[in-house]
Design a protein around this ligand. Structure first.
Ligand SMILES: [Zn+2]
Length: 291
């Protein structure tokens, strides 16, 4: 039986005349220890315990490849810290697939988190109970979340224990494919070096704490992804002018902004300029895989 163990060998090829390369082989095991959840009644708790244990054993820091340390103090938001670069990750997990809206904590703290450079990033994990296997594991950098991804929930009613408290939902489909960095996609394991490289491509937005500026880049990415074509023209993106004006009513130079954002995406290696107002999209592949 296939037990979903794959060895990803990161050692460079060594010739017979050279000393053997250091052992950098890393094992990833998609099997989950479902029994860990047995002592818990709530499905949320079960999912949390099982997926935390898996992540601690199998995941790594997508920024630098460092090992992860599990949070010790039950801090809800910071589940894992990289031992090398200290980047934090919050884990969200579910059995089956993520529904379109993922409930999260307080709306106000999420909004503050989006503009704080030191905020942890997100890990998302889905698993299949029947086969006790991880099906998807991906990370989304917090700087790839804009205000349109976070939905404000209605305040809790008078009878609730925390009456008046306002939570939020993460709208999963608003997260651009370009911002999802997969380690496991449909049970297929990606090479670590590829994962780190893909993460690296997202970092052009890392320092951007203005939600409006970030929103522009993410909105243009969503538009390009929605075209679902390998190549597109500047004119085609201009076709979204009215839609963009609605989203960014304060901007009176939408076309100039579109050109500027395409340049930003080109510099970041997301698109290529192929001449005469034509662009090639690297989103095309990731959008296809995401469908
Ligand atoms: Zn790290």
């Amino acid at each position: 039986m296939n037990n979903w163990i794959t060895k990803v060998n990161l050692s460079p090829l060594s010739s017979k005349n050279m000393p053997p390369a250091p052992q950098l082989t890393h094992d990833i095991d998609l099997n989950l220890n479902i029994a860990l959840g047995e002592q818990y009644k709530s499905e949320t708790q079960k999912a949390r315990v099982i997926s935390e244990a898996w992540t601690e054993k199998n995941a790594f820091c997508f920024l630098c490849g460092g090992a992860l340390l599990r949070g010790q103090n039950n801090a809800r938001v910071l589940d894992f810290t990289c031992m090398k670069c200290k980047n934090g990750f919050e884990l969200k997990s579910t059995r089956g697939n993520f529904s379109s809206k993922l409930p999260d904590g307080a709306f106000s703290s999420m909004m503050n988190r989006l503009t704080d450079k030191s905020s942890p990033d997100f890990f998302f994990l889905t698993y299949d109970v029947k086969s006790s296997c991880v099906t998807n594991f991906f990370a989304v950098p917090t700087y790839f979340i804009d205000s349109t991804i976070v939905e404000k929930r209605k305040p809790l009613g008078h009878n609730a224990r925390r009456a008046g408290w306002v939570g939020c939902n993460i709208i999963m489909k608003r997260i651009p494919e370009a911002g999802k960095v997969f380690y496991v996609r449909n049970r297929e394991i990606q090479e670590r070096s590829k994962v780190i490289e893909t993460w690296g491509r997202t970092t052009f937005l890392r320092g951007e704490t203005s939600l409006e500026a970030r929103g522009w880049a993410l909105e243009i990415i969503r538009i390009i992804e929605s075209l679902n074509v390998p190549e597109f023209t500047l004119q085609r993106i201009y076709g979204f002018e009215a839609q963009l004006k609605q989203k960014f009513p304060r901007n009176n130079f939408i076309r100039a902004k579109i050109r500027q954002q395409l340049q930003v995406l080109r510099d970041a290696g997301f698109i290529e300029f192929v001449g005469r107002g034509h662009y090639a999209s690297i989103f095309y592949g990731s959008v296809q895989r995401g469908r």
